[in-house]
Design a protein around this ligand. Sequence first.
Ligand SMILES: [Zn+2]
Length: 681
Amino acid sequence: MIMKPCTFLLAIATSYLLLLVNATPKSTYHSLFISNSLSDNASIANHLQILTRRPHIAGSEANAEAAVYVRSVLTSFNIPTHFASYQVSLTLPLSRSLVLTNSPAPETATNFTLRQEIYKGDPYADVADQAVPTFHAYAKSGAATGPVVYANYGREEDYLTLTQIGINVSGVVIYSDRKDCGGAGKARWFPDDKWLPPSGVQVGSVFLGKGDPTTPGWPSCGECERLTHDEVEKRGDVPLIPSLPVSGEDGDKILKSIGGPVAKDDWQGSQDAPTYRVGPGPGILHLNYTGQDIIATIQNVIGVIEGEEEPDRFVILGNHRDAWSYGAVDPNSGTAALLEVAERLRKLQKRGWKPRRTIILCNWDAEEYGLIGSTEWVEENREILASRAVAYLNVDAAVGGPEGFQTSATPQLDELIKRATQQIKDPDNSSQTIYDSWTGSSSSPVIGRLGGGGSDYAAFLQHVGIPAAGIFFGSTGYPVYHSLYDDFTWMQNFGDPMFQRHVAAASVWGLVALWLADEEFIPFDYVSYVKELQLSFKVLENEISNKDINLTPILTSIKEFEKAAIMIKNQRKKLEASKGWTTKKEDHYFKVRELNDRLMMAERAFTDRDGLFGMSWYKHLIYGRSKHNGYGSQSFPGIDDAVIIAKDTKTVESWLRVQHEVWRVSRVIKQVSLVLSGQLT
Ligand SMILES: [Zn+2]
């Protein structure tokens, strides 16, 4: 009789204690994360200024110094941080020359300086020499001489036009046309305007693979197996003719030396440009390039915030650090945003927040050469990532101008990204949300897909099958891309003067990560994935006119996928409703965990051991590299490539291969349904 009230009191006391411990729900921390009180645009600007004070190409001392900076900032936020280093094969230019003769007369010759001019008042003039001379990474060493031909953007279809008039190419010069980078003829450029100065050159890599070219599929750690230069060339991912990038100004001079037939309308330049002709000649170009292969040490910086309840489930955020020059837009606007996310997470931790799952912050090296840092790390940790990674959230450049928000993602993340942008104000119009501006007058916003291999998501998604997304504020075609003028001054004057776009990028990136790390149920919506595949299927149907190809297997597997996606949604609802009522706490935990595992592993099932035809590193059969469109983002790259070959060769065998690729895609979609439903056949 006396005991009962005591027990009763004790019970109250216990629940009161529990209430104290769990006083702040996770959602309160999430709202706090995106509030003005936690964001700090001055700190973002400061990080960016420090990261971009010198040119810092991969393998350089300046980039190693930047790695130390990123590590020290993360460590100062109490985030345990380490380097993941690799020895990788990079290339640097040893000698370059480009001479134009026979224009306007046989005796004249122009020897291009191949230098980007320092601008008036350039605060970085004293370190500009540390920038790598303009070149193409992994270009073939050699010489080429011949009459000049104009090839538009040098796309597959452009070369086809040239082949039709019997032209064989022995060297490539890529220039930046004013139509795209120079303000369409306006004679104003950086530092007076945002446009690329006439001597500006877009540096880049001509390697088509992913990761260190000498260690395809395995990590470049210390003493390891390595392909020779000849073996790399035989694999077909590096060009076999020399090339150089040049400025718009040099491009103009070369274009003026070309006679012959007038180029097609869509090959012409801006309105004030002279008429472009196709050639060949009479101008003759003499191109000489010698590159040097080096083995360099690169450093990824990895910070780990361990999860409290599910430390073996990873939500990974990544951005690269290396740049062709100062990299204020590409990539250090993203690095500054990453450090801002880390700082806000630290502020949450001080208020008592701990993530349910582990959050990993990654700062990659040697992305510009061919996604090397991220790829080597994923290859080294492949199996552990395959069994534990929930999602990979990439930000390459975070901000490139005022043109608004854009994103690309695997479709189960669509709803989550929309939800995040609905909670965050547009940095350029505080009267509405990012979602409102992003959607504009359409009924729903445009979400890109991750088919091409443009950034560090590639190894996570296309090699291992980890759901992935990328976000960016601005226009991807910002004018100073990969040039000497992508510096802090450009960002401060044109890219993001108030650094509010950086703040917004950190908010979206961090909020999506927090939801993935903290919500009891992983917030994936596979019904969106089904809808996306249905759309891709329609595109495919239109593309394949051959009536002998049977597309029904894909249609059937998408229908099964739809059933499984709806089923797991209902199972989740049921489990949520039963919480604390019909299930014991541990039982509930394991049931949730089992359902989450199915959500996490479903994307892996889109991968196939054999990978894409002739490109076995690319395991994902829905999103991957298409041989015919490196930056494209269409679905079903394997089918696409087979169709292009079949349409070209028109043989029975080539159409049989299309049918085979159709079957393969249908089989991986079927695997996804089985993983989602968790049922053996
Ligand atoms: Zn980049």
